[in-house]
Design a protein around this ligand. Sequence first.
Ligand code: ZN
Length: 455
Amino acid sequence: MQRIFANRARTPEGWLQDVIVSVEDGQIASIQAGQTPQPQDRRVDILLPSLGNLHSHSFQRAMAGMTEVRAAGKDSFWTWRTLMYRFMEHITPEQYEAIAALVFMEMLEAGYASVGEFHYVHHQPGGTRFETMTELSDRVFAAALKTGIGLTHLPVLYTYGGAGEQPLSGGQTRFGNTVDSFAELVTQARAHASRILPGDARVGIAPHSLRATSPRDLAEALMLKDEAPVHIHISEQPKEVADIQTWLGARPVEWLLNNAPVDTSWCLIHATHMTDKETRDMARSGAVAGLCPITEANLGDGPYNGPTFLAEGGAYGVGSDSNVRIALTEELRTLEYSQRLRDLQRNVMIPGEGSVGAAIYLDAARGGAQALGRQAGHISIGNLADLVALDGADTALCAVEGDQLLDALVFAADDNVVTDVWSAGRHMVRNGRHLEREQIVSSYTRAIRSLIDAI
Ligand code: ZN
């Protein structure tokens, strides 16, 4: 059993002082306020539930900073995708694992305890299968084991190259599966995960998007759902909305809500371009909106319709998606700022009155846990010990108390206020650094050099 002594802890009942949180088998076993620390306790200052990072494509971290050059004509999401496909021609399993390990380590150091890895690279360049079909999923599992992050692995069904069942081309051949081969892949990945990963790991499914699947494939793939989450990219770009409308006769979110059993086990990634009706209907479905504000800003996707969604009680969480930058506080503040810039208002991402930093942090913690199928998201007995500790003496936090600490965290601090992170009780970040940092960074540096040499 581990004991954490926190000067202050934010629970669903509010702030508690002098708290001992005991952790057994990865879960919170007890929470007691008004205690005196014992010599064996891990002493921290501010204790919060840590967030789940609900959407990541780890390998894209390797492209960070490489697509910020303006080419002749208008740059767009689609030119970013071109470089991503060049990476696809060359990336090896060893490089894939080294990049994923760095990404997961950086997430933990930023204060995330878990990740939804939306995993769509399955095959060798050209589309030939690896000898073990799940080779690259296994590499993600190895990275999760090395770093201790809580993994919700989401193998992706990617059948077509574009809306209307266009064939796969170029780099996309590494993603492609029929529904049958996808079923085999998911079954194997689940078997491997249950053999090597800790009990909090999950293997869900992720139909990539409406444009990369078909209505029939989607329906068949959903038979593999099991208890685990379903994630799908939707309505990220106006072009995608127009293509789906032409093909299926409805906007993507409208079509999905009318044709698939969307419920609280679903996570709709981006959902950026929605009508007000789609926004309200999606909120009522109980699905989590998977918002990726830094990536959406970087790719020029557009802002979310936050106020309408929140007014209907919609659940949301955040993801670092392209991993151009893994920064928890910046992710949350970019979400709020995107709404302020859109609506010419302040303090938007809260349905009523109160602390916006607390609303965003605590809502994203609950929504992220829901999207990842983790019993977590708040400090309560029986939940996984997904916890983060902060240094309240940092200049960004030292002058505030109570929920203003969360306002200061979201709007004024950087991730360097994080001192400790536990994922299902695995205490992987101490004094702001991951336990395996040196080895993970040197493997990453070697991998990225060899990948850049190859492309
Ligand atoms: Zn994505």
